[in-house]
Design a protein around this ligand. Structure first.
Ligand SMILES: C[S@@+](CC[C@H](N)C(=O)[O-])C[C@H]1O[C@@H](n2cnc3c(N)ncnc32)[C@H](O)[C@@H]1O
Length: 247
């Protein structure tokens, strides 16, 4: 696909729909294992939520006890985050420029679904490198993204059946997916990235991949799964800066 990518989250109607979304269905699975993963890898309380959107992921981190700064490039999304969490720290940043945070260091740089919307391998690598520089000595990046499989299966919370072209997507291509849990059922446009390209970008950004987790649906989950107990819709990468210490 050659169409130009524009961040769909700059749109007020989309932002409003997203603001009401908590953790239903397939999203439950994205967040289900994070407390354990964070407990295993993260040693302190200071977190940056990169691409915080309407603040869902920031509020999740706050409930785990983190002090959180949420950053995003879409004012439409940040407005909702501030409305829901008036005491929260939600900041607009220029696209691809983390210099407003230069003086800060974090135990956790968390990113939920943000890299689904970032085009251009070079830009992604530069952002990942900059996020790595914001880590404390034992800090970790946890990067939760859509797995390639999400765009070619049917899910409890998503449908892709109207987009057969997703099946031939390669890294950097636009793909489409409909969110079934929000009233705004216009397709969301994401950018497809293969796992191998994520790994290349991490390596080029001087990040060491410590763990990759693909959460699968279980019978004990409070949802009836469509494909989720067969194939994972999500990839969760745990990273640190190369050459850093700690377990
Ligand atoms: C799918 S939303 C996820 C929001 C939130 N993390 C959550 O889990 O609810 C992705 C967000 O990433 C933001 N985003 C996209 N590119 C970005 C960039 N280069 N820097 C910061 N935020 C970005 C979008 O504006 C959008 O709000």
């Amino acid at each position: 696909m050659n169409r130009e990518f524009s961040n769909v989250y700059g749109d007020e109607r989309r932002a409003g729909a997203y603001a009401d979304l908590e953790f239903p269905g397939t999203y439950y699975l994205a967040f289900r294992d994070l407390p354990e993963l964070i407990g295993k890898h993260v040693k302190g309380p200071d977190a940056l939520d990169f691409g915080c959107g309407t603040g869902r992921s920031s509020r999740f981190l706050k409930e785990l006890g983190f002090g959180v700064i949420g950053i995003d490039i879409a004012e439409a999304m940040l407005g909702h985050a501030r409305e829901r969490d008036p005491d929260g720290d939600y900041r607009l940043v220029p696209d691809g420029n983390l210099s407003p945070l230069n003086e800060l260091r974090f135990d956790l740089v968390f990113s939920a679904f943000t890299f689904d919307n970032i085009p251009d391998a070079k830009k992604r690598t530069a952002l990942l490198r900059d996020l790595g520089r914001l880590l404390k000595e034992e800090g970790r990046i946890i990067n939760l993204v859509s797995a390639p499989e999400i765009y070619v299966n049917e899910w409890t919370s998503f449908s892709t059946e109207d987009f057969p072209e997703n099946k031939t997507a390669t890294s950097g291509d636009l793909v489409q997916i409909v969110m079934l849990d929000v009233p705004d059922q216009r397709p969301v446009e994401d950018i497809f990235w293969a796992d191998a390209d994520y790994r290349d970008q991490f390596e080029n950004a001087a990040l060491e991949l410590l763990e990759t987790h693909h959460p699968l649906g279980k019978d004990s989950d409070p949802y009836t799964w469509a494909s989720e107990n067969r194939v994972s819709p999500w990839s969760i990468y745990v990273l640190r800066q190369e050459g850093r210490t700690g377990t």
